[in-house]
Ligand binder design. Structure first.
Ligand code: UD1
Length: 369
């Protein structure tokens, strides 16, 4: 019997991990898969709702580390996770994406000489001011098995000198989740709850420090909303970080003055999927949403200067609009006038990535026997 620890911690991890947990279940007689939740995200709307919507098993171990500075959060996860590794002696640790939980557990795995698998490896924005870029680089450097979602990831890893036999281009487990749950999302009453008409509203998610951590940045975004709201309703499920910044700069009142702006609590997975798939476009600075909109064929305007997911621009529906609100407004208006990218779905984003990854990992786990 082999023992695996899979680590999740923050919202974008859950949809990437869920298909892998499912794909391992036929091998329950040969593999014990322990699910650890670091507690990086802890609000029910940022965590529990995803376990319910995605059918993720209750975590076997909850570290409860909570928020803090990068060093505090990363260090707390490392201290707690090291104890788990010492107690469990796993044969493999699996981490997902690029959040601080991913980084922290990768370092513990490497120092404990435990093989590490990184799901969503190789992505690079080439912008080291993004904490996620640092997390990606370190995690990939330490990983034994790198599961890549798009060709750029393979190219990046080769350029960084990673041996080819460590990397596997097998698709996108987050898209496995999307394709599995899209029919169920159609049953969500999200549109009815807000009296929304399909294609007559846009969805906005903004939480990156580069956009929301300064007063000027937030004021620019509110100005953008004021203009956009004359032409479309705006659904804005607000990330706790953005909410905190709005209130700390005393900008809450401006939000209430904008008509057609629905500033709402973070949505669960199914409601958010329903919201995206009937929208006229999505404006975001998230990484995963660029991939989800490409798969749904919904225009995506990304309020960033770069993307670690270039295939969504090259093949999909994504437009990089930069962080200047005037450029973003122009991109939104162009899309609303019907001038948007149609896009295609990238290779192997077919709903079966997790099964392919599990086949590789099973072969690796049992290869020495
Ligand atoms: C993290 C990830 C980011 C990802 C995002 C998705 C890192 C470095 N960043 O950013 O890549 O896109 O998650 O959501 O790991 N907070 C709450 N409740 C919660 C969680 C957070 O109120 O359940 C607030 C706290 O004030 C906290 C702040 O949000 O300080 C930021 O949380 P944190 O986990 O540090 O980073 P995110 O901005 O969520």
């Amino acid at each position: 019997m082999k023992k695996i620890i899979s680590v999740v911690g923050a919202r974008p991890n859950f949809m990437k991990a869920a298909p892998l947990m499912r794909a391992f279940s036929p091998y329950a007689d040969r593999v014990k898969n322990i699910l650890v939740h670091t507690g990086q995200h802890y609000d029910a709307a940022m965590s529990q709702v995803f376990f319910d919507d995605l059918g993720l098993p209750i975590p076997d171990i909850f570290l409860g580390v909570g928020s803090g500075t990068h060093a505090e959060q990363t260090a707390r996860i490392m201290v707690e996770f090291e104890k788990i590794c010492a107690a469990e002696s796993p044969d493999l640790i699996i981490v997902f994406g690029d959040v601080n939980s991913t980084l922290a557990c990768s370092i513990v795995a490497a120092k404990g000489c435990i093989p590490l698998a990184h799901v969503e490896a190789g992505l690079r924005s080439f912008d080291r001011t993004m904490p996620e870029e640092v997390n990606r680089i370190v995690t990939d450097t330490l990983s034994s098995f790198l599961f890549v979602t798009e060709q750029s990831g393979i190219d990046n890893l080769i350029r960084e000198g990673v041996p080819k036999d460590k990397m596997f281009l097998l698709g996108n487990t987050m898209i496995d989740t999307l394709l599995r749950l899209l029919p169920k999302a159609q049953d969500s009453d999200f549109l009815e709850r807000y009296s929304l008409v399909p294609k007559k509203y846009c969805v906005v998610t903004l939480h990156r420090p580069s956009n929301v951590d300064t007063k000027e940045g937030l004021e620019g975004i509110l100005g953008l909303f004021a203009i956009l709201s004359r032409k479309t309703s705006i659904i804005f499920p607000i990330h706790p970080r953005t909410k905190k910044m709005l209130s700390s700069y005393g900008l809450d009142y401006r939000v209430r003055e904008i008509p057609n702006l629905f500033l709402i609590e973070p949505l669960g997975y199914l409601d958010f999927l329903r919201a995206m798939e009937s929208s006229v476009f999505v404006l975001t600075d998230s990484g995963g949403i660029q991939e989800e909109t490409t798969t749904l064929g919904i225009p995506c305007i990304t309020m960033r200067n770069n993307t670690e997911r270039p295939i969504t621009v090259e093949v999909g529906t994504n437009v990089l609009a930069g962080s200047d609100v005037n450029h973003v407004l122009t991109a939104c208006e162009k899309t609303m006038s019907g001038d948007s990218k149609k896009g295609n779905i990238p290779a192997m984003w077919d709903g079966h990535a997790a099964e392919r990854i599990v086949q590789v990992l099973m072969a690796k786990l049992y290869s020495k026997e």
